[in-house]
Every structure is written in structure tokens, then in C-alpha cells.
Design a protein around this ligand. Structure first.
Ligand code: AMP
Ligand code: MG
Length: 353
């Protein structure tokens, strides 16, 4: 039997990348090994995207269903044609405006991309991240790095290297530690294989911002309604995801009603002998006097909420709470993406007050 190994942790400074460490990490990728690395969205678990065995290893390490395809990361636009049979004009425009950055494009795949990487699909997901450490690693590793989020399947995505170590420390070769990520939520996924570009997963880029460049943009009907019976097109959006161990409920309504309802729910839970947690904005944090309170960020600075959401969900697992009550965070730019993740974490349990 293969001996469990411990991933080597290498701390890197984004401003002054140590070329020796980057080269070493690149060699691991070229040899078929797995290296976790930070991107501006979340930490990714990287393997050579053109090597079917490396992709199989990624699925095994994460415990990810093998029909849930991986995103191929590139560092230069010149790398794109090898992956795809065709680059539609809209995709070209999107690349010019949003790359490098948190946009993933679905394109028709070429024969060079193994089905192991695309989960058996004839399309491929491609992204060019902006994080300098990610770009350096991709170039050192041959230019094509398949990288899903570097968490155990079903857990919140990792936003620090220690989250990666918690989940995958025993099953991968190396973890590049570049500190906390910038955005904290996964990329916006847009399907360019259909006549009108269609958002398959909400992310940092708001639909309006995409529409300014692309004209018409649609949203996958499978995302909009839980009960419509229409399945989301992105296989990953069909799985339960980001779930904390405790039962999470989102409480929605006017702020006064929400804080009052959460206080009562906590009191009731405690009477039943349960330990309750509260996920709150900085603005409302002062209204709670019981329960395990975690402040995710400020509604006035929505990027702070995105950056901390997964970390806070992980922290709740350590506190042993049985139930968690969360405020809703409908902020203007990233609110859609934040609420998409939070609703999944809550198994769509929402209480309106
Ligand atoms: P992750 O890398 O963990 O953020 O997950 C990647 C997401 O991209 C999952 O939701 C996948 O289902 C989705 N995805 C990857 N490739 C494709 C594709 N070819 N078509 C549709 N969705 C895809
Ligand atoms: Mg993921």
C-alpha cells in the first residue's frame, strides 16, 4: 500500500517570489504530482491538466465525484488555442476585459484535453488567474494547470494555506502558502458554447458588469429556482457544498426583525439544550447577547464579507455548535455570489421574518 505522505508547506511572498521554490513546485506538476496554490479567488489544487493521471489524482485527493469537471488554469492568452476547437468572438472580448481575473469560460474542448479533466464533457472550463504566484506556478508547471478548489469535496473552499493543510495535508505533494486570498469566493463561470453567453455560477463579476462588455448575458435557469426541476448546467452546482457540520438557517427580513428573530431562535435552541451560533454583519453584531457570535464582515464593505465567509463557516465546525442562524447579505456587487454560497451551505433553509 502507498504510504500517506505529508505535503511540504512552502511560504512564498507574492511581491518577491522565490524562483527556486516556484521551479521546484513546477517540477512536481510536470512529474504528475499535486501542488496547492493561492489564486485571487480561493486556493486551488493543481495538477497537469493535460495528464489524465494527474486529474485522477486530483479527484481522489478531494473525494470529488469524477463527473464534476476541473477548471484549466493558464497564464498567457497564447496558451488558449491548444485547449479549444474554437474561440467565439464573445469569449475573445471577455478575455480582453476580464483576464487575468475571476472569470471562467466554458469552451468547446480540443483533443489535447483529456476527458479525465473535463469529467467526460466535450467542453472545457478555462481561467487565467491574476495572482502573481498562481501565474508563476502555471508557467513553471508547463502552462496548463487543472485546479479545483483545494478542499475536501463538500467542505467550504479554502482561503488560507492552513485550510488546505487541514483537508489535504496528507494526500498531496506541496502547499504553496501565499497568505490569505484576496476575493474569497470562486470565479464567475460563463458558458460560451451557447448562442448567448450564460452564467453557470455567480461570482465576483456581477452579471451587469459582464453585460456591459458582452451585450446580452443570460443566467442558467437551473440556478434561479430550486423547485423548477431544471438542473444547473455546471455539474458542481448540483452537489451539496460548502456545508458546515451544524444545521444552518438563513433569516431574512428587515434588520430589526432579523436580529430580534435570531435572538429568539437562539434562546429557544438553548432551552432545548442545543448550542447556537450566529453569523452576523459588523453592523448588527451589537444586537446579540447570546450564542456563539461570528462577525463575517461589514455590509458597507462587501468585499470583507466575501473574503471571510468560508473561514467563518469552517470556524463554526470547531466550536461544536448544533445550529447556526445567519443574517442574509444582499450587497450590491458580490451579494448574489455570497448568497448563492450561503444558500447552499444552508441547504436552502430560509426563514422570512
Ligand atoms: P471548482 O474548481 O471547485 O470551483 O469547481 C469548478 C466548477 O466548474 C464546478 O462547478 C464545475 O462543475 C464547473 N465546470 C467545470 N468545467 C465545466 C464544463 N465544461 N461545463 C460546465 N461546468 C463546468
Ligand atoms: Mg470547489
Amino acid at each position: 500500500m502507498k504510504k500517506a505522505m505529508k505535503a511540504e508547506m512552502v511560504v512564498l511572498d507574492r511581491g518577491h517570489l522565490d524562483p527556486v521554490s516556484v521551479r521546484r513546485a513546477g517540477k512536481i506538476l510536470l512529474a504528475g504530482g499535486l501542488v496547492a496554490f493561492p489564486t485571487e479567488t480561493v486556493y486551488g489544487l493543481g495538477g497537469n491538466a493535460l495528464d489524465p493521471d494527474a486529474s485522477r489524482r486530483i479527484y481522489a485527493a478531494k473525494g470529488r465525484p469524477s463527473d464534476n469537471p476541473l477548471i484549466v488554469h493558464i497564464a498567457d492568452l497564447e496558451a488558449l488555442p491548444l485547449l479549444t476547437r474554437e474561440i467565439p468572438d464573445a469569449a475573445r472580448k471577455a478575455a480582453e476585459s476580464f483576464w487575468p481575473g475571476p472569470l471562467t469560460m466554458i469552451l468547446p474542448k480540443s483533443d489535447k484535453v483529456p476527458y479525465e479533466t473535463t469529467g467526460g464533457l466535450d467542453t472545457v472550463a478555462v481561467r487565467m488567474p491574476s495572482d502573481p504566484l498562481a501565474l508563476a506556478l502555471i508557467r513553471a508547471g508547463g502552462g496548463y494547470v487543472a485546479a479545483p478548489s483545494a478542499n475536501t469535496s463538500g467542505r467550504p473552499s479554502p482561503t488560507t494555506a492552513s485550510h488546505v493543510a487541514e483537508d489535504l495535508g496528507d494526500s498531496i505533494d506541496m502547499i504553496l502558502d501565499g497568505g490569505q486570498v484576496e476575493i474569497g469566493l470562486e470565479s464567475t463561470i460563463v458558458d460560451f458554447t451557447v448562442p448567448v453567453p450564460t452564467i453557470l455560477r455567480p461570482g465576483y463579476y456581477h452579471p451587469d458588469r459582464l453585460a456591459k462588455v458582452l451585450g446580452d448575458v443570460r443566467i442558467d435557469p437551473g440556478l434561479l429556482s430550486q423547485d423548477s426541476g431544471i438542473r444547473p448546467k455546471a455539474p458542481g452546482m448540483r452537489y451539496r457544498h460548502y456545508a458546515p457540520k451544524a444545521e444552518l438557517t438563513i433569516v431574512e427580513g428587515r434588520p430589526e426583525n432579523v436580529t430580534e428573530a435570531i435572538r429568539r431562535l437562539c434562546e429557544k435552541a438553548e432551552k432545548e439544550g442545543k448550542k447556537a451560533g450566529i453569523l452576523a454583519s459588523q453592523e448588527n453584531a451589537g444586537s446579540y447577547d447570546r450564542g456563539v457570535l461570528k462577525v463575517v464582515g461589514s455590509l458597507a464593505r462587501e468585499e470583507t464579507i466575501a473574503r471571510k465567509l468560508y473561514e467563518v463557516l469552517r470556524e463554526f465546525d470547531e466550536t461544536g455548535v448544533d445550529v447556526i442562524y445567519s443574517e442574509a447579505f444582499h450587497t450590491p456587487q458580490i451579494g448574489q455570489a455570497v448568497m448563492n454560497r450561503l444558500l447552499k451551505a444552508a441547504g436552502h433553509r430560509v426563514m422570512r421574518v
